[in-house]
Every structure is written in C-alpha cells, then in structure tokens.
Design a protein around this ligand. Structure first.
Ligand SMILES: Cc1cc2nc3c(=O)[nH]c(=O)nc-3n(C[C@H](O)[C@H](O)[C@H](O)COP(=O)(O)O)c2cc1C
Length: 659
C-alpha cells in the first residue's frame, strides 16, 4: 500500500512538473531555449552558405568563388568552340534570379553546354561585360516600388545609352522577360523600360516578344523560354567562339584577391547582411499602439530592435526585412493532415538532413499554395471525387496551372497548404516530394519608423498584426504574429536592410514636405519627422493621417501632437468611423486644396505610403482635382502630366503595397 502511495505521489508530481514546465516554456522561453533558437537560426543561415566537397571535407567558398559558381554553372566547361549567351537578372526580392536560373538551365539542357555556353549574371555586374563580344542577352527583370527598377539594375539601365554611343552594343540581340504583379498600377514597368530602351538605341527588335509575368506564373515563364529556344533553333544568331571566356578573367580582375571585401551583390552573404546572411537583432521594446479589445479592433505594434555591431546603416525611407518562422500551431495542423509526426528526416536544398517539422517551421511557406502542389496531389490522389475536383480545377481549357485559370486562382486565394491537403485527403504523399512543391518562406518588409540620427544602434518598425478566420479555422499573418507572439523582449530575430532610394527626403531641409500615410503608412513619416527635427530642417512638414477611430487606432497620437505643439508639424486627420459619413485622407486633402496647392508652388515634395489597392489611387485622384482647380483651363490630361513631371523630378514618391 505504502509503495502504491509513493508511486502515486511520484506520478502526480511528474505530471505536474512536465505540465508546468511546458506551460512556462510557451509563455517565456528560458535562456537555454533562447540560445538554442539563436543557434538554430545561425545554423539555418549556415545551411544556405554554399560549400564544396574537398576530400570528403566541406570547404566554404569565398565570395568570388560563389559568384563564379553562379555565373558559370551552365557555361561550357571548355569555354571554347561554343556559342555564348548571357542571362542577366535584375531582382529586388530574389524571384527574378530564380527565373534566370531556370532560363539558363533550360537553354543548357536543350542545346547542351558543348554547344551553347550560358552565363548567369546579376545586372549589378553589367560593367564587367565586354558588350562588343556579346551577341545575345536575355534579361529577366522585376519591377519594384511604384513601378521602378530594382536597385541593383538601375546602373545598367542608366548606362545603356552611353554603352551604345561608345559602339559597344552593336552586335547585341536581346529579349526581355518582365516580372511583376498586376495588382500594381505600373505592371512590369521596369522590364518594359529596359526593352524599349534596348529597341530604341540598337534599332533592333527583340528576338521574341516580351514576356510579362504576373507574380509567379511559371507557365508564362516556360512559354517564353520555349519561344527563345524555338527562335535559337530556327535562326542563326550566334557565332562559335574560339577564345576562352573573357568573363572569368574580368571577374577575377574586379573581385580578385586585392578586393576580398568587394561588393559582389546582395544575393551573396558577404555583401553585408542579406536574406542569406541576416543579422540577429535583439528585441528591445514592443508596445501596443492601439486599443485592442474586440477581435475587430486593430492590433498595431511598435517594435524596437538593437542594431549594435551590425554595420547596418539606414536612412528614413528604407525598410527592414524580417525572416519569420511559421506558427507552431499551423505547422502542427499541417503535420496532422500529412499523417506525419514531424520527426521524419528529409534532406534540405544542400542535401543536409533536416526534420519535416523544422523544414516546415523555418524554411517553407505553408500559407500560399503553389498551383503545382495541386498537380502533385493529382498524381497522388486516388478517390474518384478528389480526382474529379482536381481535374476541374486544373482544366487545360480554363488555363491549367496558369494565371489565366480564374477558377484555380479563386480557389487558391482562399486556401492554405493545410486546406488543400485536408480537402484531397485520399492523396498519399511522399514527404520529400511534397516539400519540393512548397515555396520558400520569404522575408517580410517593414518601413522603418525611426531615425538613425536619434540613435544609430536602434531601429523601429510599425507592425499591424494579422489574425482572421477562414473556412472555420483561425489564420495568422506569418511574420506579424511571429513578432507579436513568438518572440520576447531580449530574443534575437534575423533581419536585414532593404534600401529604398525612391523614397527619400529632399536634400534641402528648407523644402516643404507633404506626407500622406494612413494606418501603418505613417511609419516612414515618423522617421522623416524625427530625422528632419534632428537635422534642424526648416521646411514645413505637413502630414495627412487616417484611421478608424481617434481613440482606437490613432498611431503615435501623442508623439504627433508633441510635434504639432512644438510648431514642427501641420497635422490633418481623417477618422473614418467616428461619424455617420466615412471620411478618408483624400477627403481632408480636398478640404485643404488651396493650402496644398500653395505648398506645391513653393516646391513641396509629396510622399504617399500605405495601401496600394485603393488609397494610393484615391489620393492620386485627389491631387488631380486639386491641380485642375488651381490651374486655369487645366484638363485631366494636363493634371496627369503635371503629376508625372513631379514624379520625374522625385517630387512625388510613393511607397505602397498590396495585400
Ligand atoms: C514593394 C513592392 C513593390 C512592387 N511594385 C511593383 C510594381 O510597381 N509593378 C509591378 O508590376 N510589380 C510590382 N511588384 C511585384 C514584383 O515585381 C513581383 O513580386 C516580382 O515577382 C518580384 O521579383 P523579384 O523577387 O525578382 O524582385 C512589387 C512588389 C513589391 C514587394
């Protein structure tokens, strides 16, 4: 009996300890857990640093070796006796690089590396190319910001004309694949500009029609590559070269041993902190900026991070990229749908072992479904009903996997990876193949809301937390809930800087600025105000802010009021739901029409930040009305031309996003 009691007490204590520790764990990670997490993040980063096998040991490649590995991966090993092509990419977030790799891979598979030597090049390195010797360049370039070129492609675009005038581009043929997103007003503008300029200066047509890619529409990309291959099969555009490839030497010259720290591009870790080599920034502060009581209320956080010893130097207008991890609850849900424990060992992209749970938590996007996943499920499903539904969704007549397939688009728009697995439950999936049909987990970008002049070691971001219900289940924004729920003060999170030279304060501090930033669109303007005040700028600062309720989601209300009280800010607010008739920033702008016009006449710079689907267009329309009403005889076309001129002169800058 005594033994039984002892056993019982032991059992109860054990259950209590396990339960209590787990409870504490989820609430507050202890130091050890935190350290393990940091180590994991560092390891994760290490995994992406490419290595090479030498005598069974792994050797880390130097930046130059990595660059060469990328450039010549699909080039001819002998380098002589082949035709040569450059596949050049301009990217902001990495997708165009992925696409360029696919183009290079397909060309070398089709023609063979002993026939065509394909070199892959970030447009950042365009200067090392000897254009006189190049006969064909295929450009894959995305559009970023408000219809502008990726940072690393700008010099290439600006320098094209000069290269032509120097007689360097006369032998060049070209084709352009423009990457973008139809949700933005200037769809694929960067690719269009590059093609137009190449046509104008060379007087030649592209070898195939320009491809325009809406988000990750792989069928359109594959079609464009097919066209290029067809064209090269039929036309004799390229001559066989007999000399060794000059590019290798050119790379050595530019990034040789004397230049070990040479800047080799954002896609390489040594270029400072990047997606592949993020800085682990300590969370210093997190505070709620809104009244968050009902589920419908806005939950917006002000988060401050420590940048000490990171080398990161930011300017107002820049964004901070955060590399999140997925929510454990959503990962668990997915594991259940897969009938897996999570302990299953898989191999990651560099062939190192990783558990299913870790790859789903740290590496892959489990929210946005790739259309190809449905095709994969179609191969693994066996119930008649699943096959029927999948066939209907993937119907070639409706557009198959492409963006043209409205039915598929609508279906995917309201589903996460878990939903499709749960729906097509007869599919028995091979886990390694399954993870290959998921997208990589991508960084999320937040406009910086602080000034480094106030404290160069601190950076702040303003984050609206996303939580909602869909198909009867709770859903979360990956990065916003990572920042809100899954990191604590003192934890370190992986970040890197994303420069935005298209959203900059005027260099002259006496120039007036007009800022329009409802909701979290306020973020860069808080940075602008802090910076201008610290610099002693004398120009007038005018801000239009909008939110639902004055006492609910008026972000940074006290700070803004303090700027007003110090005579540093003219603040105009629109609280959309505080009165029966909804009021938005554009309505308040129209009320201030004469004032705004007078500021424009004084040379004011205009900035818009926030939602690009409606707000940015409504604000643009308001400007057209303001301009028309103050310029006698001004038509809508004149007003549009006026705004375009402002934009060309960097006096109208927009940092907008679509969700
Ligand atoms: C902040 C931001 C701004 C964007 N602006 C545009 C735009 O003006 N026009 C457009 O067609 N696509 C725009 N896009 C969509 C990108 O061009 C598209 O996602 C592309 O696939 C990204 O390729 P990348 O990763 O190589 O940069 C934008 C995307 C982001 C994140």
């Amino acid at each position: 009996m005594a033994l039984l009691v002892v056993l019982l007490v032991f059992l109860v204590t054990a259950i209590y300890v396990v339960f209590f520790c787990n409870l504490c764990d989820t609430k507050k990670p202890d130091k050890l857990k935190e350290k393990r997490f940091e180590n994991f993040l560092l390891k994760k980063v290490d995994l992406s640093v490419r290595t090479t096998e030498t005598q069974g040991k792994k050797k880390t490649l130097s930046p130059l070796e990595r660059l060469k590995q990328e450039v010549f991966q699909h080039a001819s090993p002998s380098c002589t006796g082949t035709k040569r092509v450059i596949v050049a990419y301009g990217t902001e977030y990495g997708f165009s690089r992925e696409v360029a790799k696919k183009i290079a891979e397909r060309l070398s598979q089709h023609f063979g590396t002993d026939s065509i030597s394909v070199r892959l090049l970030n447009l950042l390195h365009w200067e090392i190319v000897d254009w006189k010797r190049e006969e064909l360049t295929l450009v894959a370039c995305s559009t970023t910001g408000d219809g502008v070129l990726p940072n690393e492609a700008k010099d290439f675009y600006d320098g094209l004309k000069e290269k032509f005038e120097e007689g360097e581009l006369q032998n060049l043929n070209f084709a352009v694949l423009a990457l973008g997103d139809r949700g933005y007003p200037h769809f694929c503008r960067a690719g269009k500009l590059i093609e137009e300029t190449l046509k104008n200066i060379t007087g030649k047509e592209s070898i195939v029609a320009r491809g325009e890619v809406d988000q990750e529409d792989w069928p359109v990309i594959e079609d464009w590559i097919d066209n290029v291959i067809g064209c090269l099969d039929n036309k004799d555009l390229l001559t066989v070269t007999t000399s060794a490839d000059y590019l290798e030497e050119a790379l050595d010259m530019k990034f040789g041993t004397n230049d070990v720290n040479g800047y080799v591009g954002s896609t390489f870790p040594d270029a400072g902190h990047s997606k592949e080599n993020p800085f682990l920034a300590k969370v210093l502060e997190r505070r709620l900026l809104t009244k968050y009581e009902l589920s419908d209320d806005k939950e917006v956080l002000h988060i401050e991070l420590d940048l000490s010893n990171s080398g990161i130097q930011y300017t107002p207008g820049d964004a901070l990229a955060v590399l999140p991890t997925n929510c454990p609850k959503q990962v668990e849900r997915l594991l259940v749908a897969l009938g897996a424990t999570g302990e299953e060992e898989l191999s990651s992209s560099d062939n190192s072992p990783i558990s299913l749970k870790n790859i789903l938590t740290y590496n892959l996007d489990i929210k946005n479904v790739k259309p190809e996943l449905l095709m994969f499920l179609r191969q693994c499903a066996y119930s008649d009903n699943d096959l029927k539904v999948l066939d209907e969704l993937l119907d070639v007549e409706k557009g198959g996997l492409s963006k043209k397939n409205e039915v598929l688009r609508g279906y995917l728009a309201s589903r996460e990876v878990y939903d499709v697995l749960a729906e097509f439950s007869s599919a028995s999936v091979d886990l390694q193949k399954f993870v290959q049909h998921l997208r990589p987990l991508s960084p999320r970008y937040y406009s910086i809301s602080s000034s480094s002049l106030v404290d160069s070691n601190r950076v702040s971001i303003t984050v609206a937390v996303v939580r909602y219900e869909l198909l009867g289940l709770d859903r979360v924004g990956v990065a916003t809930t990572y920042l809100a729920d899954r990191v604590d003060i003192g934890n370190r999170i992986p970040v890197f800087l994303s420069k935005n030279d298209n959203f900059r304060l005027p260099s002259n501090g006496s120039t007036p600025i007009i800022m329009i930033g409802p909701g979290t669109g306020i973020a860069p303007f808080r940075a602008f105000l802090l910076e201008r005040e610290r610099m002693g700028s004398t120009g007038r600062n005018v801000l239009f802010f909008g939110c639902r309720h004055k006492d609910g989601d008026f972000l940074y209300a006290n700070e803004l009021q303090a700027f007003v009280d110090r005579g540093f800010l003219d603040l105009f607010v629109a609280f959309s739901r505080d009165q029966p008739k909804k009021i938005y920033v554009q309505d308040v702008m129209l009320e201030q029409s004469a004032f705004l016009w007078s500021l424009l006449e004084q040379g004011a710079h205009v900035y818009v930040c926030g939602d690009g689907t409606r707000m940015a267009n409504d604000v643009h329309e308001a400007w057209l009305r303001i301009i028309s009403s103050h310029r006698p005889g001004c038509s809508r076309e004149d007003a549009l031309e006026f705004m375009e001129a402002l934009e060309r002169n960097s006096r109208y800058q927009r940092d907008v996003w679509i969700t």
